[in-house]
Write a protein that binds this ligand. Structure first.
Ligand SMILES: Nc1ncnc2c1ncn2[C@@H]1O[C@H](COP(=O)(O)OP(=O)(O)OP(=O)(O)O)[C@@H](O)[C@H]1O
Ligand SMILES: [Mg+2]
Length: 277
């Protein structure tokens, strides 16, 4: 039976994630619920945008989706299999299928490794291909993200922020994942290159048929790439729906606030561009 189109790549069922905070005593540590009752399904080929202000639980949710964070309660399904209490083998399987692009490419990349070695590294870890095949894949990847072949010999420090993020995206694609989780992939970048990186992700998604989770605190940024939008506030989903529906007819007052109040970080307003006096 072909379940490709109907089985979510990742499904979260009513998950909660609690952290101990530094406040409170050793005997009675204070806890914070970073994620509180979140359910969602990432379907093949779809992009979910997750928005909400700082600290609302976006990254924690993303980390659960890519297998980096355990849940306190609820269920995590990966391609129909329960991986809530995953083992090392599950982690490896998830890592092959779900890649992550982080906010700051400078920290995501190893400063002392050439771009070529960084691109081949996941292939070596997952024992994929021969050395020649890995080198060919590195070349393919650098081309895919719109960088010249010469970039393969560079160290991350020799590249611009935008170019580094392209390398991080290429690395995320090296194992031919089904899904990419991009956690604020443009917010550490100069305004002038944000749109280019967004376009690149959007093009790659279409070309490769990827699923994507795109996280931002800027609702205007996610609107360009998302099929669905999830709005989070204080660890909970306050609105979830078709992107156009959420943007044109927001139901929740918090979404209305985000839409009304937030100036776009992608396209700064005239006031933001004006020189400071
Ligand atoms: N490892 C941790 N230990 C303790 N508290 C944590 C930890 N990770 C996150 N938190 C807390 O959980 C809450 C949610 O954090 P999270 O990073 O998921 O938010 P976010 O929406 O990604 O925010 P931002 O937009 O700033 O990245 C915050 O209050 C944060 O301080
Ligand atoms: Mg975050």
């Amino acid at each position: 039976m072909n379940t490709q189109g109907t089985t979510p790549i990742i499904e979260l069922k009513d998950i909660e994630v609690e952290f101990k905070t530094r406040a409170g005593s050793i005997l009675r540590p204070k806890k914070i619920k970073a994620v509180n009752g979140v359910s969602l399904r990432l379907m093949p080929g779809r992009t979910i945008g997750i928005v909400g202000e700082s600290g609302c639980g976006k990254s924690t949710t993303a980390n659960v989706m890519c297998g980096l964070q355990q849940v306190t309660s609820g269920q995590v399904m990966f391609k129909g299999k329960d991986v809530t209490h995953r083992n090392a083998k599950d982690r490896m399987r998830i890592g092959r299928v779900v890649s992550v692009v982080f906010q700051d490419p400078a920290t995501a990349l190893n400063a002392r490794m050439s771009v070529q070695d960084q691109l081949m590294d996941p292939l070596i870890v997952h024992q994929t291909g021969s050395p020649e095949e890995r080198a060919r894949r590195a070349y393919e990847l650098i081309d895919m993200v719109g960088l010249p072949k010469s970039a393969l010999n560079a160290l991350p420090g020799q590249l611009s922020g935008g170019q580094r993020q392209r390398v991080a995206i290429a690395r995320a694609l090296s194992l031919k994942p089904d899904a990419i989780i991009a956690d604020e992939p443009t917010s550490a970048l100069d305004v002038s290159v944000r749109a280019q990186i967004l376009n690149l992700l959007s093009d790659l998604k279409k070309e490769l048929g990827l699923s994507m989770v795109f996280i931002s605190h800027d609702i205007q940024t996610v609107r360009y790439v998302s099929d669905e939008i999830i709005v989070m506030n204080h660890g909970q989903i306050v609105e979830h729906g078709d992107a156009r529906q959420v943007l044109t007819h927001p139901q929740d007052p918090y979404t209305q606030l985000l839409l009304g109040a937030a100036p776009s970080l992608l396209h700064p307003t005239a006031a933001e561009c004006a020189p400071a006096v």
